[in-house]
Ligand binder design. Structure first.
Ligand code: FMN
Length: 370
């Protein structure tokens, strides 16, 4: 049998296989940010479909500027925690673990119930246009406010509170979203982070807030609760961004994340094997594997054609699957039995990436097939 069905462990948590559902925003929570019944059905399908681990969509952490999308779920209060609790227990019934992705939108801010003003390291707007997939934004990206010490406290307390509530909801861990251009990713970027104080400038200074958040999250988490991180150079509107410090800089980032106590590193890029670090000839995933033995999750274009080779090339890694999991919620079972695996039809996510649109699309497919 394929090596992807080997057991795996992150700390004290054992997974039944190495197949992970990648985090995917579906903007289908209730208006108050509570995860909906439909979201329960959606997540349970992946668990029934054989995945060993699900990482949820990016979930906002506080009632200030962390929310980025309309109908995005939150973990900022008791009702939101209770709503997630029901979903986690449905997923656990299928021997599948579940990690909550904690996301602060930063400058990538399209809708927020609590404020009209995003906060970001230096008040710089993202490149490109907001994502229509997650709702229309009139007038393009709003102007962010540069974070002051008060904002730093709010953001930090938001992450700590979210870790505590994620534990209460029964999750196996949290993933700090430091990829794709959201707030923690912005700190690392010399495009978004132009600060000249202790939080900006050199790579060590751009890393400092992320290290502080990891340490605080680990301290709230205790020994039995996973705190991982997702990291990328790319942002949702800028696939070509590169850190100025290149491959050597990324090696340094990995060593600092590990020293701060991170339980796993999840790399993402336009393709898992893209060699896009400046002055380097390795992918993000290869670099993590070379410089550390921290558990690694790899993402970006992983499918039935490359999984077996990847399992050999990265004997100690997990594989996060996005679009193929959307198209085949039972991907993990299908791959095992050699059944046909469909490509994603993007019509499923049109005009918005909501679960309601997906359900409509599935109904039409069934009608067409019968
Ligand atoms: C509809 C959709 C929503 C996404 N939302 C998130 C998200 O909330 N957090 C995140 O880190 N990545 C998000 N992503 C990126 C995916 O996790 C993944 O990195 C990307 O789809 C590439 O992996 P794949 O080739 O397996 O699809 C999203 C992707 C899609 C298609």
């Amino acid at each position: 049998m394929s090596q992807v069905y080997d057991d795996y462990s992150i700390g004290k948590h054992s997974l039944k296989n190495r197949l992970v559902v990648a985090p995917m925003t579906r903007t289908s929570a209730e208006a108050d940010g509570s995860a909906s019944e439909l979201m329960g059905d959606y997540y349970e399908r992946f668990a029934e479909g054989g995945f060993g681990l699900i990482i949820t969509e990016g979930t906002y952490t506080d009632k200030e500027a962390s929310q980025g999308y309309e109908n995005q779920p939150g973990i900022s209060d008791a009702p939101q925690t209770d709503a997630w609790k029901k979903i986690v227990s449905r997923v656990h019934e299928h021997d599948c673990k579940m990690i909550l992705q904690l996301m602060h939108a930063g400058a990538q801010f399209q809708y927020n119930r609590f404020t009209d003003t995003p906060v970001s390291p230096s008040g710089v707007k993202p490149k490109g246009e907001p994502l229509g997939l997650y709702g229309e934004v009139e007038g393009g990206w709003p102007e962010p406010e540069e974070m002051n010490e008060h904002h730093f406290d709010i953001v930090m307390n938001g992450f700590i509170g979210a870790v505590n509530r994620a534990k209460e909801a029964g999750f196996d861990g949290v993933e700090l979203h430091a990829a794709n251009g959201y707030l923690l990713n912005e700190f690392l970027s010399d495009y978004f982070n132009r600060r000249e104080d202790k939080w900006g400038g050199s790579l060590n200074k751009r890393l400092l807030f992320i290290e502080d958040v990891i340490k605080a999250a680990k301290s709230a988490a205790g020994d039995d609760f996973i705190v991982g991180i997702r990291i990328s150079q790319i942002t949702v509107t800028d696939p070509d961004y590169q850190w100025p410090e290149g491959e050597e800089g990324f090696e340094h980032i990995v060593s600092k994340l590990v020293a701060a106590g991170i339980d796993y590193i999840h790399t993402t890029d336009t393709a898992y094997d893209r060699k896009h670090l400046k002055d380097g000839d390795h992918s993000l995933a290869e670099t993590v594997q070379h410089v550390s033995d921290v558990p690694l999750i790899i993402n970006g274009g992983i499918d039935e054609d490359n999984l077996d080779d990847l399992a050999e090339q990265f004997p100690e890694a997990l594989f996060a699957i996005g679009k193929k999991a959307l198209a085949n919620p039972d991907f993990a079972k299908r791959f095992k039995s050699g059944d046909e695996i469909a490509d994603l039809d993007f019509a499923m996510l049109q005009p918005k990436a909501t679960l309601e649109n997906e359900w409509q699309w599935r109904k039409l497919q069934q009608q067409a097939d019968s």
